[in-house]
Design a protein around this ligand. Structure first.
Ligand code: ZN
Ligand code: ZN
Length: 272
């Protein structure tokens, strides 16, 4: 009986390996990376380490990602909740089992915002979002639209979502997961300040299965969680470019191998 189960498990694993790349390329999930959890819907904590200027944008993004519009028939698989931040040094240190959101004048390093995602094999174990006030205090980016767009997109990455589109100058798709040169513009599908129906449908697919354990609590006993808890994500050293570039030729996804199946990915949205 036991042996049979193992064989079925291996068979299912092989089928899953064969199917997953197809699904990933046909959709806008990000290689299937997801938080492990034992039941749905689940709640992901967003640690509030941001200044009062950013609080409304964090609150709105949390609410957006928690509440699919009524038009979406997919199950509501997840909620996010804003809790007291635990990050030290504007996300210099992050905590496993949650996402920390930070802002700071990180300097003229070129990036507007980054999302860091720690994974152990296919499971997300920790995340963080850094918002760079060095650019958000300039006339171009110091707008409610740019603040909301970047906050929404970086949190979206920590849920396991990819971009829906990476051209800057085409019509806005009505989602914060779409690159744009003007997030506030409505080209008929809505502005790019919030998720759209497709994002919630993707989340429904990514989180349609359940896992035997969870990565949503602190102190997850895994190498990756330990790495996430002790790693100090550098503000400018994101690791190795994965080859993903934006239309201006800039690398937008980096990876660091932390050993033992643990990796740190960093999504970067560059300022102009
Ligand atoms: Zn899983
Ligand atoms: Zn992005």
């Amino acid at each position: 009986m036991k042996i049979k189960r193992v064989h079925i498990g291996i068979l299912l694993g092989i089928i899953a390996l064969a199917v997953v790349p197809l699904v990933a390329s046909a959709s806008h999930s990000w290689n299937g990376y997801h938080w492990a959890r034992t039941s749905n819907p689940f709640t992901l904590k967003l640690g509030d380490n941001v200044s009062s200027t950013w609080d409304p944008y964090l609150a709105a993004a949390s609410s957006d990602w928690s509440t699919p519009p009524v038009s979406v028939t997919a199950t509501d698989v997840l909620d996010t909740t804003v809790v007291s931040g635990k990050a030290k040094g504007a996300c210099a240190v992050v905590t496993s089992g949650r996402v920390e959101v930070c802002n700071k004048a990180y300097g003229n390093n070129g990036w507007l915002g980054v999302a860091g995602v720690f994974v152990s094999d296919s499971h997300i174990t920790a995340g963080y979002v850094k918002l760079n006030d060095t650019y958000f205090k300039t006339a171009k980016y110091n707008t409610p639209a740019w603040r909301q767009f970047v906050t929404c997109q970086e949190i979206g990455h920590t849920l396991g979502l990819d971009h829906q589109d990476e051209a800057f100058d085409n019509p806005n798709l009505g989602t914060c997961m779409d690159y744009t040169n003007d997030p506030s513009r409505n080209d008929g599908l809505g502005d790019n300040l919030h998720p759209n129906a497709h994002d919630y449908e993707e989340l429904g697919l990514i989180y349609s299965h359940l896992d035997p354990s969870t990565t949503l609590s602190a102190g997850v006993p895994s190498a990756a969680a330990a790495a996430a808890a002790s790693d100090k994500p550098a503000d400018n050293d994101f690791g190795v470019p994965t080859g993903r570039k934006d239309p201006k030729g800039r690398d937008i996804l980096f990876v660091k191998d932390l050993g033992g199946g643990a990796r740190q990915f960093t999504w970067v949205i560059w300022a102009d």
